[in-house]
Design a protein around this ligand. Structure first.
Ligand code: ATP
Length: 223
């Protein structure tokens, strides 16, 4: 997909998956592939984030992060790419992107946003986080090393209020549910990959070979 990012209207459940993807790795891809099987997700749209200037910057450029995502999802029809957040001059909040998509898709289309368990635990730091569920479901992938409950009782209460254990509901309601998916625990982070590459260690089993080739060709994450 190009910068116009047309989102196909469809009746099936669609999901967005945002991330820095510096670089994209199997800890992103494998849990989401399993999640798609469990929930009947027809389409996962990868959404590389624009990182605002006051935050620690990704090592790869936006264009390189996009190129790595493209290589990772080539020949995998489950995934597509949406570069709208990178095309904006200003940092974009997930909520703004979701609202924009809602506008495109209409109010009946089931739409989800995928996050890892670590992101769920800090979701109350996101811009207007309480509005997220008015626009999408949250599909949460398990991630090793993170608590499975909120430490704050009010956040645990929020989770339990919105949680569904029935994935079929995600295609019935257009938004408003949280599904904690029993996805495989994959102990990979982009930080670990960058550190290993800087140290000259192998990353062969951590990310798709085409992405690793790109990293080598462009001398990314060296020294
Ligand atoms: P970094 O190490 O640079 O912080 P990361 O590996 O956590 O990066 P991000 O691009 O920041 O990757 O993550 C995008 C999304 O993917 C987040 O919602 C995060 O929770 C989720 N995610 C990343 N790695 C995993 C993993 N191994 N298992 C489950 N979810 C993951």
């Amino acid at each position: 997909m190009g910068l116009n990012n047309p989102v196909p209207a469809s009746l099936g459940l669609q999901a967005l998956f945002g991330g820095t993807f510096d670089p994209i790795h199997y800890g992103h891809l494998r849990p989401v592939e399993m999640l798609a099987k469990t929930t009947g997700l027809a389409q996962v749209i990868l959404l590389p984030n624009h990182v605002p200037p006051h935050r620690p910057q990704p090592e790869a450029s936006a264009q390189q992060r996009v190129a790595m995502v493209e290589l990772a999802i080539q020949n995998n029809p489950l995934f597509s790419l949406d570069t709208r957040e990178l095309a904006r001059e200003t940092p974009s909040y997930t909520l703004d992107t979701l609202r924009e998509l809602r506008h495109q898709l209409g109010h009946q289309q089931p739409l989800a946003f995928i996050i890892g368990q670590d992101s769920l635990l800090s979701i109350n730091t996101w811009y207007q986080w309480e509005e997220l569920l008015q626009n999408c479901h949250l599909l949460v992938c398990a991630r090793p090393g993170y608590a499975t409950r909120f430490a704050q009782p009010e956040m645990q209460q929020w989770l339990e209020t919105h949680q569904t254990r029935d994935p079929a509901q995600l295609s019935v309601q257009p938004h408003g549910l949280i599904f904690l998916a029993d996805t495989p625990l994959i102990n990979i982070s982009a930080t670990e990959i960058r550190n290993r590459l800087h140290a000259g260690d192998s990353c062969a089993d951590l990310l798709p070979p085409a992405v690793l080739r790109y990293i080598r060709q462009h001398s990314l994450y060296q020294d």
